[in-house]
Design a protein around this ligand. Structure first.
Ligand SMILES: C[S@@+](CC[C@H](N)C(=O)[O-])C[C@H]1O[C@@H](n2cnc3c(N)ncnc32)[C@H](O)[C@@H]1O
Length: 243
C-alpha cells in the first residue's frame, strides 16, 4: 500500500461528492446497480423483514432505504460528509427509522446489538485499510450472520471504458495493487484471492460467489458500451456466513 493511500484522504474526497450527483442515485441507484447489483444483493441477503441489517459504507443511502422499505431494521454507516448529510436529510423526510452513523468502517464504534446481516456494496475497494474494514463488518455480525459484499470484478477492472475503446477487454496488471481514479473518489485494485482469503482467515464460510450478467434486452435499452456487461462480469458479489 502506498503511503498517500489513507482512509482519511479517501473519505475526504468521497465526502465532497456534489449533491446533484447523489440525487441522481435515487431511488434505486444507477443503471448498473438497478440491473446488476440490487437484485443479486437482495437475493443473497434473503428475507430482511424484522432483521437487523448493517449497510456498511451506505453512501447517500439508497440501498438502506430499499432495505427499510422491505421491513429491515437498518443502520447505515458512512464517513463521507456530503453522503452522510444527504442520507440523514432523506431520513428526516421519509422517517423510515434508519439510523445513520458517521464513522470509518475500519474503526467501527459499537453499534449496539449484533447484526443478522451486513451488506457492503462497492465499499471495500475504496478503503485503503480494507482488511480492518472487512474484519469490522464480520465482527459486527452475530455468529451465523450473513455478510454480503460487492466489488468491481478484480479480473475486469475498468470494464466499461476499456470495452468502449477496444470492443474487448484488455489488462496489463493484476497482481500489484493500483489506484483507479474516478469522478468522486478512487477505487483500489486488489487480486480476487486477497478478498476471498481474507474472508476465510476471518473464519467465514463462503456461501456463494455471484458474477451478475446483464440481460441483453436491458443492454439494448441501456447506455452506450453497456453491452460489455452481457459478455463479461463487471461485479463480483460474495456471500459468506460468520462462523
Ligand atoms: C462507491 S460508494 C458506494 C456507496 C453505497 N454503498 C452505494 O452502493 O451506493 C463508496 C462509499 O464508501 C464510502 N467510504 C469511503 N471510505 C470509507 C471508510 N473508510 N469506511 C466506510 N465507508 C467509506 C464513501 O464515502 C462512499 O460513500
Amino acid at each position: 500500500m502506498r503511503s498517500e493511500w489513507t482512509n482519511e484522504a479517501a473519505i475526504r474526497r468521497w465526502g465532497a461528492s456534489p449533491r446533484d450527483a447523489l440525487e441522481k442515485l435515487d431511488p434505486d441507484g444507477d443503471f448498473a446497480k438497478r440491473h446488476l447489483l440490487n437484485p443479486v444483493l437482495l437475493r443473497l441477503l434473503g428475507e430482511v423483514r424484522g432483521r437487523r441489517v448493517l449497510d456498511a459504507g451506505c453512501g447517500q443511502g439508497y440501498f438502506s432505504r430499499m432495505l427499510a422499505d422491505r421491513g429491515a431494521i437498518v443502520v447505515g454507516v458512512e464517513p463521507g460528509q456530503s453522503m452522510f448529510d444527504y442520507a440523514r436529510d432523506k431520513e428526516a423526510e421519509r422517517r423510515q427509522g434508519i439510523q445513520y452513523v458517521q464513522a470509518d468502517l475500519s474503526r467501527l464504534p459499537s453499534l449496539g446489538p449484533p447484526f443478522d446481516l451486513c451488506v457492503a456494496s462497492m465499499v471495500l475497494p475504496v478503503i485503503p485499510d480494507w482488511t480492518a474494514a472487512m474484519r469490522c463488518c464480520v465482527t459486527a455480525l452475530a455468529p451465523g450472520g450473513i455478510f454480503v459484499f460487492a466489488v468491481n470484478h478484480p479480473c475486469f477492472e475498468r470494464l466499461w471504458p476499456t470495452w468502449q475503446e477496444h470492443a474487448c477487454y484488455r489488462v496489463s496488471e493484476y497482481f500489484v495493487p493500483y489506484e483507479i481514479d474516478g469522478p468522486h473518489g478512487s477505487d483500489f485494485h486488489r487480486p480476487l484471492s486477497a478478498y476471498l482469503n481474507e474472508l476465510i482467515s476471518l473464519g467465514c464460510r463462503l456461501l456463494e460467489i455471484a458474477e451478475p450478467r446483464l440481460d441483453p434486452a436491458a443492454a439494448a435499452a441501456g447506455p452506450d458500451g453497456v453491452d460489455a456487461y452481457v459478455h463479461l462480469p463487471n461485479f463480483l458479489v460474495v456471500a459468506a456466513q460468520r462462523g
